[in-house]
Design a binder for this molecule. Structure first.
Ligand SMILES: Nc1ncnc2c1ncn2[C@@H]1O[C@H](COP(=O)(O)OP(=O)(O)OP(=O)(O)O)[C@@H](O)[C@H]1O
Length: 509
């Protein structure tokens, strides 16, 4: 990696001619190079594509538009053909790199695209073109890709890039992006695993919403609509905390996606990409035992036919041995641009994500740029002035039924099933009584579940493990003497008779 020098002859910062923006400079990027930046906590950055072609993790920038980045965002503007960008603001780090793995990624994109095209052709019953000859595979399948790799290898970025290229391919593919990293939470809150059908490239603007904002974010709300991602609540950031529950939720997510695809064969041929947590790659330590089971849960649930291993030789060999006879296992180089994220950074990103969920977020542009001139996440800055407060409501203890899954530590003995000892199955839902001191509910993030099956005869004990999430709440006060609590949610909606699950994720302003 010799090309990571600060500047080179093709990549000189030029003096900006705009006096108002002493803060602004231009960068000329040669073809197949990228401008990388990292932001400090309280700074923001604006990037305008002056001319040429440029993209951020596969999402193209439009010429003349200004995009704003914040909340310690770390990202790169890549150009295939060369471009000039105008950068306003002061990143803590910025440099241009000529060494990127983009050629390898592009070959991968083409291979996945061919799988989609062949699957679509088979779906329509059309013959292959005469140059290609007959398809060697009698049942060509679209790519269903599992991305594995150690921490800070660029799995999430690669997943996003692959989805963005698929969406851009001009075939109107609508692939599904799945996030089974509960530490990130995808479009939902941290603690959840989720999936969404992607119809337009995902923009990058902050680390708080790596996969973009969804309809769950304020000022949109708990009422479900077509854009609501499908989410299940695990309740913890670490997969080792309750691997059995993770396994079940992964299978639920897969089943749900396949059920949807039963009625949407067009969607099915676009395939899916699954981004995984780094614990799936940790070969020793506390994750060693359960990670194989969770990888297998993914392979089964999403019917994976391609496994990508980002920069990890040993894991590659391991996966070749375990799956190489029936699944394409491909080793992919790690980008030199991937930044090491420490635990406190991740914690801040989780906080930002929950803040976004409750309040929405406007990233203030760097000094000198009016907010109306910049795009946040590729969109006009939303007008949140009327929606900046989430709804805080007082709920009687009896109105909302609260459970914790498989954790006996906090559960009062009175909440256990009659006759049960305090040894609790990892999957057992335990009633949580807010009136008990030490209930662990103060500042806890709760997942509000979809209603159970209306047909009572179809109900079963652990049904709540299989119910998707329709929204998230935070308990901000507990008034034990008066048996009521204050609940924060993005919008109002009656919680009476609803069920919510608490885990170990907490949030406080
Ligand atoms: N080429 C690049 N230039 C600059 N920053 C990058 C580049 N690629 C990735 N990053 C940044 O590096 C950080 C880590 O990348 P990413 O989240 O994709 O890794 P990961 O393997 O999914 O992490 P983990 O699984 O440990 O959470 C992110 O902030 C991402 O935006």
């Amino acid at each position: 990696m010799s090309g990571l020098g600060l500047l080179n002859s093709d990549s000189k910062p030029l003096p900006a001619d705009d006096e108002a923006a002493a803060n602004t400079r231009q960068w000329h990027l040669a073809s197949e190079t990228e401008y990388r930046f990292e932001l400090d906590p309280n700074s923001s950055l604006a990037i305008k594509l002056v001319h040429g072609q440029a993209e951020i993790f596969g999402a193209e920038l439009a010429e003349g538009n200004t995009y704003v980045f914040g909340l310690e965002c770390k990202a790169a503007v890549y150009t295939w053909q060369g471009c000039t960008i105008e950068v306003t603001g002061q990143p803590s780090t910025e440099y241009v790199s000529e060494e990127t793995p983009m050629q390898v990624y592009a070959n991968l994109v083409l291979a996945l695209e061919q799988m989609r095209v062949r699957a679509l052709r088979a779906f329509h019953g059309s013959p292959p073109s005469s140059e290609e000859g007959p398809d060697p595979d009698p049942d060509p399948q679209p790519p269903r890709v599992l991305v594995l790799g150690p921490g800070n290898s660029g799995k999430t970025t690669l997943s996003k890039m692959l989805i963005n290229y698929a969406v851009r391919m001009g075939q109107s593919w609508n692939p599904v992006l799945v996030n089974v990293d509960p530490g990130e939470g995808g479009w939902a809150a941290p603690g959840a695993i989720s999936a969404a059908t992607i119809t337009s490239p995902i923009q990058t603007s902050t680390p708080a919403s790596t996969f973009g904002s969804a309809a769950t974010s304020a000022p949109a709300h708990l009422t479900s609509n077509a854009l609501l991602p499908l989410a299940y609540w695990y309740g913890h950031a670490e997969t080792r905390r309750n691997p059995l529950l993770m396994d079940r939720l992964i299978r639920n997510l897969g089943e749900n996606i396949w059920e949807r695809w039963d009625n949407d064969l067009g969607g099915r041929v676009a395939g899916l990409i699954v981004d995984t947590p780094s614990s799936f790659a940790a070969s020793s330590g506390p994750n060693g035992d359960h990670r194989h089971a969770l990888i297998k849960a993914c392979v089964d649930a999403f019917r994976i036919n391609v496994i990508l291993i980002v920069g990890h030789e040993k894991l590659n060999v391991e996966m070749q041995r375990a799956y190489g006879n029936r699944i394409a296992v491909v080793k992919i180089p790690k980008s030199g641009g991937v930044v090491e994220l420490d635990p406190s950074y991740r914690e801040r990103a989780r906080k930002h994500q929950l803040h976004n969920y409750m309040y929405g977020r406007i990233i203030p542009p760097p000094p000198g740029l009016p907010p109306t001139n910049v795009l946040q996440g590729g969109e006009q800055t939303p007008d949140l002035t009327l929606n900046l407060a989430p709804s805080s409501s007082i709920v009687a203890f009896g109105d909302l039924t609260l459970y914790r899954i498989g954790e006996e530590t906090m559960a009062p003995t009175s909440a256990l099933p009659i006759g049960a000892t305090r040894v609790v199955s990892e999957m057992q839902p335990l009633l949580v009584d807010p009136a008990q001191p030490g209930s662990g509910l103060y500042n806890a993030v709760l997942a509000l579940l979809a209603p159970p099956n209306p047909d009572e005869s179809e109900r079963y004990d652990e049904e709540m493990l299989d119910l998707p999430v329709v929204g998230f709440l935070v308990i901000t006060t507990l008034d034990i003497p008066n048996k009521r609590m204050t609940v924060l949610a993005p919008t109002q909606g009656s919680l009476v008779g609803r069920t919510a699950i608490v885990g170990s994720i907490e949030w406080q302003e």
